[in-house]
Design a protein around this ligand. Structure first.
Ligand SMILES: Nc1ncnc2c1ncn2[C@@H]1O[C@H](COP(=O)(O)OP(=O)(O)O)[C@@H](O)[C@H]1O
Ligand SMILES: [Mg+2]
Length: 399
């Protein structure tokens, strides 16, 4: 047969002749071939969909070669096997077989090159294990973050206690000196009295001393008592939740009073503008911690290279909502840092005492305790301005 007759099939006999057209054998073979062909086509479609949908699949061409081409070629050759029973298109059949052979051989070779890669792919069980390990370390990280937040809270409480001790030391010290002086003078006059040496002048001098010392003792004890009252309120409020109705202005002034030791050596003027009668229902400790963090931040960051400036706290109330605006006239916050300041661990004082937790704590206190929202005013250019809005919690008389 010459080559021009490769696709000419007039001279061939249909394959059914081989079966002597025996129906049972012929139809069993035809049905099997057709079913096998459609099964292969279905597999091809599934492989193509799989490769198209799984963009992360390594070596997608391998799947297309191994899956779709082989299955397509195999399916087609089975279909042709069914056709040649009646139509002797053996030329086409042989070409399809050749394509099947070529792609199978190519896949058979390539598979040995890609096999190591597929062997290295993690199994779902391995991935599950890795996921668990990641989850465990995330849990540990969350735990560490929580305990750091707690320790920062304790540190600010500790700082406050140190401040309290320092402030109270002076009036108590003066009281101790005055009372021991009084004791010495009393012992002296007592002795003169017993020995009948006491003159009228001695008595009058002694009475002057008594007047002076008792005045000093009582004024200093009163100062200590006042300090203790204001510190006690702030300290107790910082350590446990204490929900009550409180006058905002007075409370904020008490908090600022407790921060006096930190402001003492600076020319920073604090000012609170708020209606005297404005009362809020909630945990005042949250407000105290928020203000403490703001003031400490203003001192450490805002007024880093300045010795004078202003800290203003402005509070207004409208429609059952309190608008709390904290402003300092410090250096402000760089534009590129603003979006990160409330993130835990964001600090521009890394390695220089900054933990990056202060504003994160403030954020949590505002959201969780005050049930409000906080933002940094990025349009403010003469320093830093934080705006907090939270519900009043009660119906105010002045509203
Ligand atoms: N009043 C402020 N003036 C200037 N920068 C501030 C002020 N408050 C906060 N910042 C900036 O925000 C960052 C985050 O503050 P914070 O969470 O309290 O962390 P830390 O004080 O430990 O650095 C600071 O590192 C600082 O860069
Ligand atoms: Mg801070």
């Amino acid at each position: 047969m010459d080559s021009s007759s490769f696709f000419a099939h007039e001279n061939f006999m249909p394959h059914g002749m081989c079966y002597l057209w025996q129906a049972d054998i012929l139809w069993t073979s035809v049905i099997s071939d057709v079913l096998t062909a459609f099964a292969y086509f279905s597999i091809t479609t599934a492989v193509v969909i799989f490769v198209k949908k799984r963009h992360d699949l390594p070596y997608p061409w391998f799947f297309l070669l191994a899956g779709s081409v082989i299955f397509l070629a195999c399916g087609t050759s089975h279909l042709i096997s069914a056709i040649v029973i009646w139509e002797p298109i053996y030329g086409i059949s042989s070409i399809v077989k050749a394509i099947t052979a070529l792609t199978s051989v190519a896949t058979g070779i390539v598979i040995w090159f890609v096999l190591p890669f597929f062997l290295a792919l993690p199994s779902p069980a391995m991935l599950e294990k890795k996921n668990q390990a990641l989850k465990d370390s995330l849990d540990k990280l969350n735990f560490a973050q929580k305990s750091l937040v707690e320790s920062e809270k304790m540190a600010s409480l500790g700082g406050l206690v140190a401040g309290v001790a320092h402030e109270i030391n002076t009036p108590i010290g003066i009281g101790v000196t005055a009372s021991s002086h009084l004791w010495e003078e009393t012992t002296l006059i007592n002795h003169k009295h017993i020995t009948e040496d006491m003159t009228n002048r001695d008595l009058s001098l002694y009475l002057d001393e008594v007047k002076e010392s008792t005045a000093l003792i009582s004024s200093n004890l009163a100062r200590a008592a006042k300090l203790i009252t204001s510190f006690k309120q702030v300290a107790v409020d910082q350590s446990n939740k204490n929900v009550r109705t409180y006058k905002v202005k007075r409370y904020i002034e008490e908090v600022l009073q407790s921060l006096k030791p930190k402001l003492k050596h600076t020319n920073i003027i604090t000012e609170v503008s708020c209606d005297e009668n404005l009362a809020v229902h909630g945990d005042p400790g949250a407000l105290s911690q928020i203000i403490t963090n703001f003031v400490i931040n203003s001192l450490i960051h805002g007024f880093e290279n300045k010795t004078s400036g202003n800290i203003d706290i402005n509070i207004t109330c409208k429609g059952g909502m309190v608008l709390f605006v904290y402003t300092d006239s410090g250096k402000g916050i760089d534009k590129e840092h603003i979006s990160k300041i409330f993130d835990p661990f964001f600090t521009t004082k890394q390695g220089k005492g900054g933990t990056g937790l202060g504003l994160h704590i403030v954020y949590n206190l505002v959201v969780q305790s005050l049930k409000g929202s906080i933002s940094f005013n990025d349009g403010f250019s003469q320093g830093s301005q934080f705006i907090i809005e939270f519900p009043l919690g009660i119906h105010n008389k002045d509203e």
